[in-house]
Design a protein around this ligand. Sequence first.
Ligand SMILES: C[S@@+](CC[C@H](N)C(=O)[O-])C[C@H]1O[C@@H](n2cnc3c(N)ncnc32)[C@H](O)[C@@H]1O
Length: 221
Amino acid sequence: MGKDKLKRFEEIKSFPNVMEPPVMETYEKKGQWHKEIFKNDNPIVLELGCGKGEYSVGLAKLYPNKNFVGIDIKGNRIYIGAKQCIEQDINNVMFLRTRIDFINNFFDTDEIDEIWLTFSDPQPKKPRKRLSSKPFIDRYSKFLKKDGKIHVKTDSDLLFEFTEEEIQQYKYNCHELTWDLYGDYHNQLSEDQKKLFEIRTHYEKLFSSRGSVIKYCCFSL
Ligand SMILES: C[S@@+](CC[C@H](N)C(=O)[O-])C[C@H]1O[C@@H](n2cnc3c(N)ncnc32)[C@H](O)[C@@H]1O
C-alpha cells in the first residue's frame, strides 16, 4: 500500500464524521441516527457507493436542513469528502465505511428518506451485485420510508437498461427517467432541479470527458 494511502487510513481514524463499525454486527446506533448522530429530526439521505462523496457534500450545501450519509468501502476515497466537510465546517454529512451488502445492520425501519446511487459499478458479470438489483432494493426497503425516492445517475447503458427493466418488472413507481440528462430533458427542469445536476462526481467527470451520455432516473417502491 502506498505511503499516502496509509497516512489517510491513519488520519481518518480521528475524523469525527467517519464511522467504521464492524461490518457483520448490528451497529449500536442503528435506529439512533437522528437522536444520537445528527441530533435533529431532519430527513436523512444516503449516497451509496459515494466514492469521494461529491453528492453528499454538494447536496448538504444545497439542503442544510437535511442530513446526508455517504457510504463506501474505500476509506481513501471517503477521506476526501470527510476532510472537505471538516475544513468547510459542514456538519450535516457523515461517512460510513462499510460494504453496502450489510447495510441492514446500520439503519432501522423508516429511518431513511431518500437514496442516491451515483455512478455505481455496472457489475457486467454479476447482476445481483448491482446496487439497483432486487436483492439490494429489498435491503433498502427495510429502512426507506414509504414513498422514499431512489435516484440513479449513471454513464452505463448496461446498468441503466437493467434498472429500467427492474422498475418495470417489480412495478416500482417511476417518477423520472431520461437517457440523456443534460439534453432536452435538462432544459425543461426548474432552476431548483437543475442545481441537483450541477453536482458532478469524480467518475461523472471522467466518463463525460470520454463522451459518455449521462442517464438519470428516480423511483419509489
Ligand atoms: C464507480 S465508483 C463511483 C464513486 C462515486 N459515486 C463517483 O461517482 O465518483 C463506485 C464506488 O462504489 C463503491 N462500491 C461498490 N460496491 C460497493 C459495495 N458493495 N459496498 C460498498 N461500496 C461499494 C466502490 O468502492 C466505489 O468507490
